[in-house]
Design a protein around this ligand. Sequence first.
Ligand SMILES: C[S@@+](CC[C@H](N)C(=O)[O-])C[C@H]1O[C@@H](n2cnc3c(N)ncnc32)[C@H](O)[C@@H]1O
Length: 271
Amino acid sequence: MSSRSDQLNNVNTAFSRQSIIYDDYDRENPTLTWMRKQVMKHVLKYLRPNDKILELNGGTGIDAEFFTEKGFTIHCTDLSDGMVDQMKKKFSSERHSGKVTIQQCSFTELDKVGDKKFDFIFSNFGGLNCIPDLKQVTRFFPSLLNKNGRVCLVILPPICPWEIIQLFRGKFKYAFRRLKRNGTLANIEGIKFQTYYFSASQVMKALGKNFKLLKLESLALFTPIPQMEKIPKKLPGLAKLLNKIDEKISGTFPFNRIGDHIIVTAEYTGD
Ligand SMILES: C[S@@+](CC[C@H](N)C(=O)[O-])C[C@H]1O[C@@H](n2cnc3c(N)ncnc32)[C@H](O)[C@@H]1O
């Protein structure tokens, strides 16, 4: 059993290795491009003018760049040396000055952000799946948020039909990997670390009673998951149709709870 710091070290090494190819892979994978567009569409509905954003696990800063272009200011954090280096490169030009601040920091140590306050906390594409207990992060939210501040967490849930149907191809372990109580090993760039999957109700439970759910959406339920990138490349028409189906039903019960990711947006109702 590895210790917590082994876990953080492995996550750092894995994502640092991945950081070099991250933006190219993101750009060239049609499903990832579509998914990011859906997340941004969702977030823009819940951001208010002049909101100050705190981004957790910001990666290379792809979303942070989008937000600054929309006129928001953002404090972008990530654990990984490589991801933070990429972020610094992306925001080194004059045109970003005053709009983005960067801090290397684990989301389990958000007290290091200091006494700054934000209107919106954002975590995209499963960074939070790298910890076993979301409360390690959410416990900091009340002190970081302004009154009626909002959070949007994009997380991998336990039920992903595209993975479960891999059962019929004999991939039993893979089909049920998200349901394992103690998480499952991820392998990124040859580095293994434990990952954990959370349902919408587990996310809301971790946020606590002072958070009210505003919207729950699924991301890539009918759309084949990003690892199946051959499908949209070979059959773009079919992929577009499945994207459209997802866009229609992603916010509707019970479809909004399952898929590759879920988007959970909630408002802080405490003082
Ligand atoms: C799949 S990437 C997503 C990056 C970015 N949000 C995006 O949408 O492109 C996951 C990110 O989570 C970060 N991460 C994992 N564990 C973390 C932790 N404990 N604290 C902060 N960041 C973490 C990784 O370094 C990596 O950049």
